[in-house]
Design a protein around this ligand. Structure first.
Ligand SMILES: [Zn+2]
Ligand SMILES: [Zn+2]
Length: 233
């Protein structure tokens, strides 16, 4: 048997589930049902901050998408103000920061890849001026590809780690949704291209459901429920 990292005189069969160092019963802490050591518990403060960034980032994205949808729906005008685009970049940067944390916590590189793609997507949309000129059409198409691949990869990443999250069912559903909705979007948008407002509404609703699920994930992950370890005897 190995000795507790904090108490070298105590032998223990237990180990921290995050950093794998051996810990005795007294040193064990249960966070979200997972046994961790005191050092990893300290690390969870920065984790909570990161999850808060994710929450804020997704809230910004939801606000921007809703505002531009409703303005477009009622006035037919596309919002292309600089302030709007900057807010978009801020939102995706915050999301990126949270995804970098998830990458480090779960050792899953797909989180960084997806965060980068979604961030690039927000930069690309900055370059789109009038959606009708050919150059902007090219940029818009490229940004759509970034958007879709970013969310599909993010979905894959969630499906890799869902077992270790606060609400595995939600995370699994989130992962599946993010992988599938871009395909549903393409198929439905193509088939409903004639019914213009319906496809515009769809362009709004499909990603929005993804955002809301993502928001719920970040909110759940940021509330740690710490309980003392149950004694087995
Ligand atoms: Zn640890
Ligand atoms: Zn100990």
């Amino acid at each position: 048997m190995v000795s507790c990292y904090y108490h070298p005189d105590r032998e223990t069969p237990f180990a921290c589930n995050r950093c794998t160092r051996p810990i005795c019963e007294e040193c064990q802490l249960t966070v979200n049902g997972i046994v961790i050591c005191p050092d990893c518990d300290k690390g969870s403060t920065s984790r909570n901050e990161s999850m808060l960034w994710g929450t804020l980032g997704v809230m910004v994205l939801i606000t921007i998408d809703s505002a531009s949808y409703f303005v477009f729906f009622f006035t037919g005008v596309l919002i292309h103000t600089i302030l709007f685009k900057i807010a978009f970049i801020v939102g995706s940067s915050l999301l990126f920061a949270a995804l970098i944390h998830l990458r480090n916590e779960h050792n899953q590189d797909l989180f960084v890849a997806s965060g980068l793609l979604i961030f690039l997507y927000s930069l690309f949309s900055f370059a789109v001026r009038t959606p009708t000129d050919p150059e902007s059409m090219f940029l818009a198409l490229s940004s759509m590809i970034l958007f879709f691949s970013g969310f599909i990869i993010l979905g894959r990443a969630f499906l890799e780690i869902y077992r270790k999250t606060t609400d595995p069912k939600l995370t699994k559903f989130l992962g599946r949704y993010l992988v599938l909705f871009p395909f549903a979007w393409i198929i439905l948008a193509l088939s409903m291209g004639i019914i213009y407002f319906l496809s515009v509404t769809l362009n709004f609703i499909l990603p929005m459901v993804g955002y809301v699920l993502l928001l719920t994930f970040f909110m759940k992950e940021s509330e740690e429920n710490k309980t003392p370890l149950e004694k087995e005897n």
